[in-house]
Design a protein around this ligand. Structure first.
Ligand code: UDP
Ligand code: MG
Length: 141
């Protein structure tokens, strides 16, 4: 298992101006931030990022939401990072998320759920490369 994952503070997180609170929770869970930036995705970029969900009923709404304002992709490091981060953020729908998780504490709905986390080492690699160059990661070591 790998030691990095991709997290994104989604546009609802930035709109609510709670990036700091969410980042504190992530750091308190033991993650180191290897790289981070605030960007605004175009609709097309959001569609590319979520290409695995193409054809799903929520794809249009999701990609519209993810391109509706700035978001904050970040490369996070911890042992078994993918699983550990998904535990930190909680279930997709905040109603199902465990107490103390980011989504339980801060998310309003299944769609607008504050944060993204990669779901496998393979996808983490692809997703990190979607936002960060190798050289920017090495420069942050
Ligand atoms: N999503 C949604 N409705 C659904 C399932 C997912 O709006 O029924 C959105 C939600 O923002 C979620 C994202 O699509 O975070 C990606 O879905 P996935 O199943 O990969 O959930 P995640 O890995 O983010 O928990
Ligand atoms: Mg997912």
């Amino acid at each position: 298992m790998g030691n990095v994952t991709l997290g994104i503070l989604k546009p609802d997180c930035v709109r609510k101006n709670i990036q700091g609170k969410v980042i504190t929770k992530i750091q308190d869970a033991g993650f180191k931030i290897l790289a981070m930036k605030q960007i605004r995705m175009t609709k097309q970029q959001a569609e590319g990022f979520y290409a695995v969900h193409k054809g799903r009923p929520f794809y249009e709404e999701l990609t519209k939401f993810m391109s509706s304002g700035p978001c904050v992709p970040m490369v996070l490091q911890k042992d078994d990072a993918v699983a550990a981060f998904r535990k930190t953020i909680g279930a997709t729908d905040p109603k199902d998320a465990d107490p103390g998780t980011v989504r339980k504490e801060f998310a309003d709905s299944k769609g607008e759920n504050i944060v993204h986390g990669s779901d496998s080492d393979e996808n983490a690699k692809v997703e990190i490369a979607y936002f960060f160059t190798n050289s920017s990661l090495i420069a942050n070591q």
